[in-house]
Write a protein that binds this ligand. Structure first.
Ligand code: DC
Length: 220
């Protein structure tokens, strides 16, 4: 049976993760959080004491490790790193190592291997443009930077952290610039993607919008 792929791309704080998780649940598909794979790779590179600016060295570290994901759990060499990957330091390091072709090459293969096992809702930065260019439905979510920073700030506070809002906004803008400006697979609106502005929508409204689009497309 051909597995289905739905991709949801967009910048940090656009609502991708919550929306993709819920859409996957409602469709009975697996959920693939590709950002978590980059974050786990960042931890491996940090733990190896590797220079994050060195493409070849980062690639070599990733050749020797195993990253997997099951539902909301991300494993690095069998160790549950689901909490550890969510710190602001790991966010910054993940964005920094994601510019390397060696890193993307390894992680693209990891991502594609998930589709050989089940139908997927994948969320990230290049899932519709590079990883799954033949996806059945492609969505691009965006929202105003201030609203995205507000959401990210609330997430961090809920986890017991207390960053200043200006710091969150500043770090997010740096990350946006790097994710959109890098040579290798930059964040773009994939060809044939449906663009949804989530600034004034709640998660449930975005989920319903996407589900009606998916149902329309998959029954065509
Ligand atoms: O979605 P996120 O915030 O968990 O992603 C963390 C970083 O990983 C993001 O700043 C860039 C990188 N990333 C990427 O380059 N490509 C993806 N498909 C997903 C994430």
């Amino acid at each position: 049976m051909k597995h289905r792929a739905i991709t949801i791309d967009g910048p940090a704080g656009s609502g991708k993760s919550s929306v993709a998780r819920e859409v996957a649940l409602r469709l009975g598909f697996s959920f693939l959080d590709t950002g978590a794979l980059y974050r786990a790779a960042a931890l491996a590179i940090r733990d190896a004491g590797c220079d994050a600016n060195d493409n070849d060295a980062c690639g070599r570290v990733l050749q020797g490790i195993h990253i997997s994901q099951d539902g909301g759990t991300t494993l690095l060499n069998g160790r549950d790193v689901s909490q550890e990957i969510r710190t602001p330091e790991t966010s910054a390091l993940a964005s920094a190592i994601a510019v390397h072709p060696s890193v993307r090459g390894v992680l693209v293969e990891v991502q594609r291997s998930f589709l050989s096992r089940s139908s997927l809702v994948a969320e990230g930065r290049d899932t519709g443009s590079v990883v799954f260019p033949d996806a059945d439905v492609k969505i691009y979510l965006h929202a105003d930077p201030e609203e995205r920073a507000r959401r990210r700030h609330a997430e961090l506070v809920a986890k017991g952290m207390s960053p200043a809002m200006e710091t969150v906004l500043h770090e997010m803008k740096i990350r946006d610039e790097r994710d959109e400006g890098r040579k290798e697979s930059p964040l773009v609106i994939p060809e044939s993607a449906v663009v949804v502005d989530t600034t004034h929508l709640n998660i449930q409204e975005v989920v319903e919008k996407i589900l009606s689009l998916v149902r329309e497309r998959l029954t065509d």
